[in-house]
Design a protein around this ligand. Structure first.
Ligand code: NAI
Length: 334
C-alpha cells in the first residue's frame, strides 16, 4: 500500500532537489501517495497565502512530510514559514545527525554525532518589540515543559541507538535564569538513563571543541538558537550544507527536510546537491517502517560518493543535480 506523505517542495533550490529526490525515491520501489502543498513565495506567486491552512490539514492527516527549504525575508516581511509550521504542529525535536560520508575528504574521520535542538521556544518564540526608539527587545522563552521533553527525547534517542554520551550545551553562566532552567531540567531527566555518560558544555567552548575534537560527541542537546548555529557548523565538518539532513518531530507528526536554505546564489542553475534531502528521505523511510529501502538508498549514496566520479560542485565535482540523481538510480538498480 502506498504511504501517504505531505510534500512541500519549497522554493529556490527546493524545487530542484525535490524533483531529484522524488525520482530517486521512486527507484527504491517504495510507493508514495504524495499530497503536494505549496507554501512561501511559490504560494504567494500563485495568489495564495504565504502559509495555506491545507499544510496543517495535510500533515495532520498523513502524519509525515518531506519538505524542501523555504525562503524567509530578512529584517521585516512575513514570519518564517519553517518556524511557524514547527511551532503550530508542536514539532519540538529537531534532530540533525552529522556523519562522515564515504569518499568525502574532511579534516576529521570519526564524526558521528547528532544535534537535538529544541524547536519551539527559546529566542525563536518571535516575541519582539521596540521598547522605545532605538531600543529593541527580543524575549527568550525557556519552559520547564519544553526543556524536560527535549532532554528526555535526546536521552531516549541515544538509548535507542546505543549512543553512549549526551552533552547539554548551554550558556547558563551568563543567562543564569533561562539557560539555568534548561540545564536544571536536563539534570533532572539524566538519572533515568544511568548507562549514558553525561556532560555539560558552554556553547562558545562547544563551538571550538566541535572544530577540534568532534569525535568526542554523541548526542548534543540544546535550545533553539544554539542548535540552529551549531548544526550548520557541524554540516561544515562533513562536507557542507548540501549533505546535512534533518527531521522535526512531535506528537502530531514529523517533517523531514535538509538543514540548508533555498541557496539563492545557485538556484535555477541545476547545481544543487540533493544529498541532504535524500538523507532526510532515508530518515523518513526509517520513520515509516521502510528500513530496508532506507538502507538500500543509503548504500547507493555511499557507493556513488565513494567512487567519486559523479559529484556535485559543492563536493568538488562537476555533476548537476539530475546527473547525480541518475547515478543514484543506476546504483539502486545494480
Ligand atoms: P543557504 O543554506 O540557502 O545557503 C548557504 C550556502 O550554502 C550558499 O552558498 C549555498 O549555495 C550553499 N548551499 C546550500 N544548500 C546547498 C545544496 N543543497 N547544494 C549546494 N550548495 C548548497 O543559506 P542562506 O543563503 O543563509 O539562506 C537562503 C534562504 O534560505 C533564506 O531565505 C533563509 O531564511 C532560508 N532558509 C530556509 C531554511 C529552511 O527552509 N529550513 C533553512 C535555512 C535557511
Amino acid at each position: 500500500m502506498a504511504h501517504d506523505v505531505t510534500l512541500i517542495p519549497g522554493d529556490g533550490i527546493g524545487t530542484e532537489i525535490t524533483a531529484a529526490t522524488l525520482r530517486v525515491l521512486d527507484a527504491t520501489g517504495v510507493e508514495f501517495a504524495w499530497d503536494r502543498v505549496e507554501v512561501g513565495e511559490v504560494s504567494l506567486a500563485a495568489g495564495g497565502p504565504v502559509l495555506p491552512e491545507e499544510v496543517y490539514d495535510s500533515i495532520r492527516r498523513t502524519g509525515v512530510s518531506l519538505k524542501g527549504p523555504v525562503a524567509t525575508p530578512v529584517a521585516g516581511g512575513h514570519r518564517s514559514v519553517n518556524v511557524t509550521i514547527r511551532k503550530t504542529l508542536d514539532l519540538y525535536a529537531c534532530v540533525r545527525p552529522v556523519r562522515n560520508l564515504p569518499g568525502i575528504k574532511t579534516p576529521f574521520d570519526g564524526v558521528d554525532l547528532t544535534i537535538v535542538r529544541e524547536n519551539t521556544e527559546g529566542l525563536y518564540s518571535g516575541i519582539e518589540h521596540m521598547v522605545t526608539e532605538g531600543v529593541a527587545e527580543s524575549l527568550k522563552v525557556i519552559t520547564h515543559k519544553g526543556s524536560t521533553r527535549i532532554a528526555r527525547y535526546a536521552f531516549e534517542y541515544a538509548r535507542k541507538r546505543g549512543i553512549g554520551k549526551v552533552t547539554a550545551v548551554h550558556k547558563a553562566n551568563i543567562m543564569k535564569v533561562s539557560d539555568g532552567l534548561f540545564l536544571e531540567c536536563v539534570r533532572a531527566v539524566r538519572p533515568e538513563f544511568p548507562e549514558i555518560e553525561y556532560n555539560e558544555m558552554i556553547v562558545d567552548n562547544c563551538a571550538m571543541q566541535l572544530v577540534r575534537w568532534p569525535e568526542q560527541f554523541g548526542v548534543l542537546v540544546m535550545n533553539n538558537l544554539y542548535g540552529d548555529i551549531l548544526s550548520d557548523l557541524c554540516a561544515g565538518l562533513v562536507g557542507g550544507l548540501g549533505v546535512a539532513p534533518g527531521a522535526n518531530i512531535g506528537e502530531m507528526g514529523a517533517i523531514f527536510e535538509p538543514i540548508h536554505g533555498t541557496a539563492p546564489d545557485i538556484a535555477g542553475k541545476g547545481w544543487a546537491n540533493p544529498t541532504g534531502m535524500l538523507l532526510s528521505a532515508t530518515m523518513l523511510l526509517d520513520h515509516i517502517g521502510e528500513d530496508a529501502a532506507a538502507a538500500r538508498l543509503k548504500a547507493a549514496m555511499d557507493a556513488v560518493l565513494e567512487k567519486g566520479e559523479v559529484r556535485t560542485r559543492d563536493l568538488g565535482g562537476k555533476a548537476g543535480t539530475d546527473e547525480y540523481a541518475d547515478a543514484l538510480i543506476k546504483a539502486l538498480a545494480g
